[in-house]
Design a protein around this ligand. Structure first.
Ligand code: NAP
Length: 288
């Protein structure tokens, strides 16, 4: 696949999808970008710095800023489309077979490209999963998407998905996962692991809140790092989990990139477990 040849896979760690495609373990989110015209230049600069550093997975959605986040991504990746692994999402209300195809085509126009690398169902709505999968597969056959996945699906939903015709082509489940939201460690994460399905962790800094946490600051101080870096390194300690923090300044992107070099030791992990205990029983999947 052309993308693989062009991506500097040596530069940052990658996570392998079931298709064999390897994607950067650390990417960039875009929720709440393009909402305020005063910040757009910084947001584009941040995404571009990230691309230069190897954070070449960009996560967006038709929902974000009513399509303007996809337009902003188009500006950020202009002239370097082939260096980027592009993820976007269809809203549940558009996720019938024909609706999924139409939503993808609208996203392609906003993104000013002819393919989305990974196209996700944003969360489960009323449309039967068969319908969405049929739309995804038609898009894949037409070369408009490289693969497809889901978001915010818990174990029971994914089991249902796998029973649908061609449902086993799912490439990832993008879910809320960070130190303060560890519920998936009880069931979804091990379940996905045994089936070779990687998790894409959204809100890895808990929407910025973990960047100010005193326990993370204590751990960070031992490594001359920052709390945000500890939050990201903690998510990235799993070889089959990628993280997509959103950062709207080049300084935050540079800081987040350095989380790839931070390795938490047993003492750090124990201190973090004490403050943020792992789940002892099943916790229904949380969402932002
Ligand atoms: P997040 O990445 O956990 O946190 C973003 C916040 O952290 C922003 O306020 C950002 O500030 C701040 N931040 C980033 N780097 C920082 C640093 N080094 N130091 C201090 N603060 C820092 O939360 P998120 O945006 O909710 O999640 C990330 C992405 O996941 C989203 O953008 C979106 O692409 C995706 N997502 C998907 C779903 C879904 O349902 N599938 C739901 C939520 C999110 P600045 O902006 O000022 O840099």
């Amino acid at each position: 696949m052309a993308i693989l040849l062009l991506m500097p896979t040596h530069a940052i760690r990658t996570v392998e999808l079931p298709s064999g495609v390897r994607i950067p373990a650390l990417g960039q989110g875009t929720w709440q970008m393009a909402e305020d015209a005063r910040h757009i230049d910084d947001e584009i600069a941040a995404l571009q710095v990230g691309i230069e550093l190897g954070l070449r997975l960009i996560d967006t959605a038709e929902m974000y800023a009513d399509g303007r986040a996809e337009q902003l991504v188009a500006q950020a990746i202009a002239g370097r489309r082939d260096q980027v692994y592009l993820v976007s999402k269809v809203l549940p209300s558009h996720s019938s077979r024909t609706g999924t195809i139409a939503a993808c085509e609208a996203s392609l126009r906003r993104l000013r490209t002819d393919r989305i690398d990974l196209y996700l169902l944003h969360w489960r709505g009323r449309e039967p999963l068969e319908e969405t999968v049929a739309g995804f597969e038609a898009l894949r056959e037409a070369g408009k998407i490289g693969g497809w996945g889901v978001s915010n699906l818990d174990v029971d939903d994914i089991e249902e998905l796998l029973a649908v015709d061609r449902g086993a082509a799912v490439q990832t489940d993008q879910v809320l996962y960070n130190l303060a939201r560890r519920g998936i460690e009880n069931d979804l994460l091990p379940w996905c692991r045994t089936r070779g399905l990687p998790i894409m962790a959204y809100s890895p800094i808990e929407r910025g809140e973990l960047a100010d946490h005193p326990t993370l600051a204590r751990v960070a101080a031992r490594h001359h790092a920052t709390s945000a870096q500890v939050a990201l390194a903690w998510v990235l300690r799993h070889p089959d989990v990628c993280a997509i923090p959103k950062a709207s300044t080049p300084a935050h992107v540079r800081e987040n990139h350095r989380a790839l070099d931070l390795h938490l030791g047993a003492h750090d992990l124990a201190e973090l477990d004490h403050e943020f205990p792992p789940p002892r029983r099943r916790v229904p999947l949380e969402m932002h």
